[in-house]
Design a binder for this molecule. Structure first.
Ligand SMILES: [Zn+2]
Ligand SMILES: [Zn+2]
Length: 303
């Protein structure tokens, strides 16, 4: 099953020709979810050949411009391009007021339903669920209320052993029950235990997105053992004081969180404009946590 992340923006506050501010596209089982939507995100979608109308869910971590200034533009383009399918937006309650004002002053009546889901940023809660995925908020420590998002795959069904269907003459209507864990009684009345006719589902994967935050240890138990952690790394550690003042983190701090949470892989992003070469940040992260990667614009990472 597909589960990957495409980075649409890796910079902090200001867009540059090389790096856009924060936005990511998550593809889970061909369902596309947009996380944060900085200015220019719709252009990034075009550049990386992602069809915007396939996005039905958008999650906004907080109301700093470098995480949502592209939202009204994207909403508007979806409308102008004839969208009729509903769009769900999850974000701070004030975001609804902003969008309502932007739409009303331009006298725009959207062709499609826009469903807004207000988030309580201070609290960990499940905010989205479908049959294959759940999404929880992760409270972060930033200058204004901010949350990250934890994407957790649901355990799949057991896999039936094909040969057993033939050998035991298992009828089609029993297959789903067996996939759900039921035993099977054949025509002669013999009981076949579930684990003799099916194999366990694959591992459920997890992705934690921690947008803007200072070094914040309460996050550790919430992201323990995740497969992939995205953690901001705005500065090198020689700027640790500046980072703390601005409620941002350094590459070393991101790596320390990754190490303490025992995650499998770390992805760092939200780089300050002062770094022309983010490899410096990667080197610093790798000293503490070797399985670190850069979240550069246009890169797709498998979870
Ligand atoms: Zn930011
Ligand atoms: Zn911010």
């Amino acid at each position: 099953m597909t589960f990957n992340i495409t980075i649409l923006g890796s910079n902090s506050a200001i867009p540059t020709l090389k790096r856009n501010p924060t936005s990511q596209l998550i593809n889970h089982n061909e369902r596309l979810l947009l996380v944060d939507c900085a200015e220019g995100t719709q252009l990034q979608l075009r550049k990386f050949r992602i069809k915007m109308q396939r996005i039905h869910h958008i999650f906004i971590s907080h109301l700093h411009g470098d995480h949502f200034f592209g939202l009204i533009g994207l909403i508007s383009s979806m409308h102008l391009l004839g969208r009729i399918k509903e769009l769900h937006i999850y974000g701070p309650p004030e975001l609804k007021e902003i969008l309502d004002l932007q739409l009303s002053v331009s006298q725009t009546e959207l062709n499609y339903p826009l469903k807004f889901h207000p988030l309580e940023q201070e609290k960990k809660a499940v905010i989205y669920e479908d049959e294959k995925l759940s999404i929880e908020t992760l409270p972060l420590n930033h200058r204004i209320p901010t949350c990250g998002f934890l994407f957790r795959e649901k355990p799949g069904k057991r896999k039936i052993i094909r040969q057993k269907i033939k050998d035991l003459n298992i009828p089609a209507e029993k297959i789903l029950e067996i996939k759900n864990g039921a035993d099977f009684i054949d025509e002669e009345g013999n009981l076949h235990k579930n684990d003799s006719i099916s194999t366990p589902p694959g591992e459920s994967r997890t992705y934690a997105y921690c947008s803007d935050t200072s070094y914040f240890e309460p996050l550790i138990p919430m992201i323990k053992n995740v497969d992939l952690l995205y953690h901001e790394a705005t500065f090198l550690h020689d700027k640790a004081e500046v980072a703390a003042e601005k409620f941002h983190a350094t590459a070393k701090e991101a790596a320390t969180i990754a190490k303490k949470a025992n995650v499998k892989r770390l992805l760092i992003g939200h780089f300050s404009n002062r770094y022309d070469n983010p490899e410096l940040l990667l080197d610093e992260a790798k000293e503490v946590f070797p399985s670190s990667e850069l979240a550069m614009d246009g890169v797709t990472i498998e979870v």
